[in-house]
Design a protein. Structure first.
Length: 287
């Protein structure tokens, strides 16, 4: 059965679900799922897991993300981007490059971020954006996120382009909104490109139109790339057999936490977790 990870270049104007549907038709009866959605406005890296590798999607979702985002200063919208009804502010200030640098500095590191009202976060079992579209008042609590990099790439008022590296759960729209608020103005996101998800980069991303049955095996990356952040351990054949049957194995000198267990060929067979004096499969890709 086919199993692996696809690093795809999602075009703007297409939903992430639509990309997965394209992949699903090619890999049937294997499953397919994306590891972190991109809004239709956005383009760039969309990681799609196939077959048993779909069990690893949560690991990809937790990887650091990198973006190039463009904002328009001096205007606002309910969605914090140009997909909402954009309104121009009356006589907004025109901040200097230095002003923006200072505002960006406040947003770096671990911060509390208030998610956009138009987001997929659930409020009492309902998506926030659905409630907002229905005219209901939505209040979302601020959440801790980490912004590792927030730099100005280009500034020609009202256009501001930022390079961003951030943790999972960070809303780029909200970063632009909050930088603008610190400047005494407002902003909407006009475009967004995701340039990397962990080791999956835009330079290596495959255009969707290049995805065909005859090219799939060449494009598909090994499941171990989805857990690239985990320490790796090689298992002997008898140990792999025990893992397949739900039994534990003894491993010496391994760091605490999870391990990416591979066979002699370097293929991922399981993600292991400690269980007393033994290690057992949290996720098994064989058997």
């Amino acid at each position: 059965m086919i199993c692996g990870v696809l690093n795809l270049h999602k075009p703007a104007g297409m939903t992430s679900r639509r990309v997965v549907d394209v992949v699903a038709r090619l890999v049937r009866p294997a499953r397919a799922g994306h590891a972190g959605t991109l809004d239709p406005l956005a383009s760039g890296v969309l990681v799609v897991c196939v077959g048993r590798a779909t069990r690893l999607m949560s690991y990809v979702q937790q990887m650091r993300k990198q973006y190039r985002a463009c904002f328009l200063l001096g205007c606002s919208s309910p969605t914090d981007d140009v997909q909402g009804e954009v309104q121009m502010l009356a006589s907004p200030p025109v901040p200097s490059w230095e002003d923006i640098e200072r505002a960006c500095a406040v947003q770096r590191g671990e911060i509390l971020q208030r998610p956009p009202v138009f987001s997929a976060i659930k409020v009492q079992g309902h998506r926030a954006y659905r409630l907002a579209r229905a005219g209901e008042t939505v209040e979302l609590a601020a959440r801790p996120v980490h912004v590792y990099r927030l730099e100005i790439c280009r500034y020609d008022y009202p256009e501001l382009e930022l390079a961003i590296e951030c943790s999972a759960g960070t809303y780029v729209r909200a970063l632009g909104r909050d930088v603008a608020e610190a400047l005494g103005t407002a902003a909407v996101m006009s475009s967004l490109v995701r340039t990397a998800v962990g080791p999956f980069t835009l330079a290596d991303a495959v255009p969707l139109e290049s995805l065909r049955p005859e090219t799939l095996s060449q494009i598909l990356r090994p499941p171990r790339d989805a857990v690239a952040m985990l320490p790796r351990v090689q298992l002997a054949p008898q140990q792999i057999q025990r893992i397949q049957h739900g039994q534990g194995v003894q491993l010496a000198g391994c760091p605490p936490g999870e391990l990416a267990a591979c066979n002699a060929a370097g293929e991922l067979v399981a993600v292991l977790r400690p269980a007393g004096q033994m290690w057992r499969a949290h996720i098994c890709l064989v058997g």
